[in-house]
Ligand binder design. Structure first.
Ligand SMILES: Cc1cc2nc3c(=O)[nH]c(=O)nc-3n(C[C@H](O)[C@H](O)[C@H](O)COP(=O)(O)OP(=O)(O)OC[C@H]3O[C@@H](n4cnc5c(N)ncnc54)[C@H](O)[C@@H]3O)c2cc1C
Length: 431
């Protein structure tokens, strides 16, 4: 697995409400489907498969939610993280429309799951996309119109620079686009709650059970240090942590470190002034700033991407100037938690969903490029549908978008992407 610190100090790990533990696999099991990876992709695939009536074993190398799923910004935002109209030549106009709807429906799917299984994860509605420049603010009108054309049912509203303080107490922004159909939540509580729901439906979950080897065939056998799972089908939900387990897939995803910190709890009047309507906020920069208040009134602030494979030595010292640029009034605030996680970036910033050409009973979903809370739920649904019924039209659309391999293999992936990002940053600085 790529280098990453253990992030013992994650705010989410310290405040998780449903931290059940699951045993390590030490026996031989049979199942219809074996799922590898206990993040949002794997857990939701397992849950959906069980809802379809299939027997499922899920194997997680560390703990449920240990990867990006339990460390992210908690922003539940519509869309697939990329302007999908550019993929028309691969999926056609109907395909583009499907992907746009999936970007909206996937948020509703998360909300339904939370409600259906009674998952306590601090879900709050309200998100504001922030413009760093007047040109970006002007472009928000088009975005709002596009949403209306798609039949978006939730309130959206433009907020000009003169009223932006009603949303966020910062002088950095040229306006915003409010979307009441997106929001924020405690992601570790979400994924652990979903794991508990999956267990309730009969899914057998194992933690501390890294898969070491996969034996392919009409049935797969998956090996851990002390156990084996024999299954008809396999789901790979390892994202940026897949590494050598399936090199044909890991070469298509670049693991990049992203960092988050949480302040001490803020006095109520300070929190109220900072983000008066308790929305999730995200700007437009290349290494974007994203932030929100937690349920216990901390500012949780994330940003930046490192492609070097090395975390900053002191994440707090690295993040503090970014926070103070947006909120200079927080100069004296204490940082209580700081951590990082691995984002799986793809060359076209579009998630990769499909099945292995050489082994069609092996399915995968990965590479959400930093926008996975909603999309993982959708891809998991498609994988389960394909496995349970033999076909999923949605999966066909997703997998028609090419899954590009980073040139130069593992050794060159990071330097090339770092160069590419430098170019974007330069353009941003000049433009
Ligand atoms: C810092 C950060 C902030 C983010 N913020 C947001 C946000 O605000 N909104 C948003 O929508 N998205 C955000 N994302 C992206 C989102 O978190 C991810 O897209 C999503 O969690 C991916 O889920 P996953 O299950 O595919 O991968 P992961 O959660 O990374 O799970 C993969 C799991 O596979 C396991 N695994 C790997 N190899 C093996 C093996 N051999 N055997 C067994 N298990 C194995 C790992 O231990 C890991 O638990 C953020 C990501 C990061 C890192």
């Amino acid at each position: 697995m790529p280098h990453m610190n253990e992030h013992a100090a994650s705010y989410y790990a310290a405040t998780a409400r449903q931290a059940a533990t699951y045993p390590a696999l030490d026996q031989q099991l049979h199942a219809d489907v074996c799922v590898i990876g206990g993040g949002l992709t794997g857990v939701n695939a397992a849950l959906e498969l069980a809802e379809h009536g299939l027997s499922v074993v899920l194997l997680e190398a560390r703990r449920i939610g240990w990867g990006a799923s339990g460390r992210n910004g908690g922003q539940l935002i519509r869309g697939i993280g990329h302007e999908v109209s550019g993929f028309a030549r691969h999926v056609g106009q109907d395909g583009v429309r499907y992907l746009q709807q999936a970007g909206i429906e996937s948020v509703a799917l998360v909300a339904r799951r939370i409600e259906q299984y009674g998952i306590d994860c601090d879900l709050r509605w309200g998100f504001c996309e922030l413009a760093n420049t007047p040109a970006q603010f002007a472009a928000f009108s088009d975005e709002q119109r596009n949403l209306a054309e798609l039949g978006y049912r939730h309130e959206t509203r433009l907020v000009g620079p003169e009223r932006i303080h009603e949303i966020v107490a910062s002088d950095q922004y040229a306006g915003g686009l409010v979307d009441m159909g997106s929001g924020h939540l405690h992601p570790l509580d979400l994924v652990q709650g979903e794991a508990r729901a999956a267990q309730g439906l009969g899914v057998r979950l194992f933690e501390q059970s890294p898969v070491l080897r996969i034996e392919h065939g009409s049935r797969v056998t998956v090996h851990t240090a002390r156990g084996k799972v024999h299954a008809q089908s396999l789901v790979l939900g390892c994202n940026a942590h897949l590494d050598e387990l399936e090199p044909r897939l890991s070469g298509k995803v670049l693991p990049a470190g992203s960092y988050v910190m949480a302040t001490e709890p803020l006095p109520e009047h300070v929190a109220q002034t900072l983000i008066p309507q308790n929305m999730a906020l995200c700007d437009q920069k290349v290494g974007l700033d994203y932030y929100r208040l937690t349920a216990d009134r901390r500012l949780l602030f994330g940003g930046a991407c490192h492609y070097s494979g090395r975390d900053p030595k002191d994440i707090g010292a690295y993040m503090r100037p970014k926070v103070l640029k947006v909120f200079p009034q927080l100069a004296d605030v204490r940082l209580d938690y700081q951590w990082g996680g691995m984002i799986g970036i793809t060359a076209n910033r579009f998630p990769q969903v499909g099945r292995l050409r050489q082994h069609p009973n092996v399915y995968y979903a990965q590479g959400y490029s930093g926008h996975g809370l909603n999309v993982t739920h959708w891809t998991a649904k498609l994988l389960a549908e394909a496995i349970a019924t033999g076909h999923s039209q949605g999966l066909d659309v997703f997998s028609a978008v090419p899954h590009l391999t980073f040139p130069g293999g593992k050794a060159l992936r990071s330097p090339l992407l770092a160069l590419g990002m430098l170019w974007y940053r330069l353009r941003e600085a000049l433009g």
